[in-house]
Ligand binder design. Sequence first.
Ligand code: RB5
Length: 156
Amino acid sequence: MAIRVAIGTDHGGFALKKPLADYVKELGFDVLDLGTNSEEACDYPDFAEAVGKAIINGDAELGIVLCGSGVGASVAANKIAGIRAGVCHDTFSAHQCREDDDVNVLCMGARVIGPSLAKEITKTFLDAKFSGAERHRRRLEKVAKIERENLLQKTT
Ligand code: RB5
């Protein structure tokens, strides 16, 4: 079965949503489109939350959240226990964040990069795999400990 990628955006990232969703499908992944569906102003936390919850609930394995800068989306998504979201506007970050940090939500800003680079970053992110190296597991366990000790656990 194909890996499912949840995608969500506010109005600031809307221009990238369809080109990216179509491209992710072309790459052979399933896409779960969680909105928004127009350029009307809306709030990025709503879509970051929807994508994060889809992953935590098992409706998707990976996520892409877009906004104007990618930053608000990543801040919001990282408030969900179990979500590791990162802003990537270059391909090095896009593969390293999966290989080393096991990032599960890619965040990008449609006011920062255009569709061609966003597609390249997306492909790089989706093709990369967590290395599983002991040092990265150790660091991720420390991240999880911060989460357990400092973040409320409620995800529904
Ligand atoms: C919306 O105007 C904008 O603030 C939002 O898309 C995002 O860039 C926040 O980080």
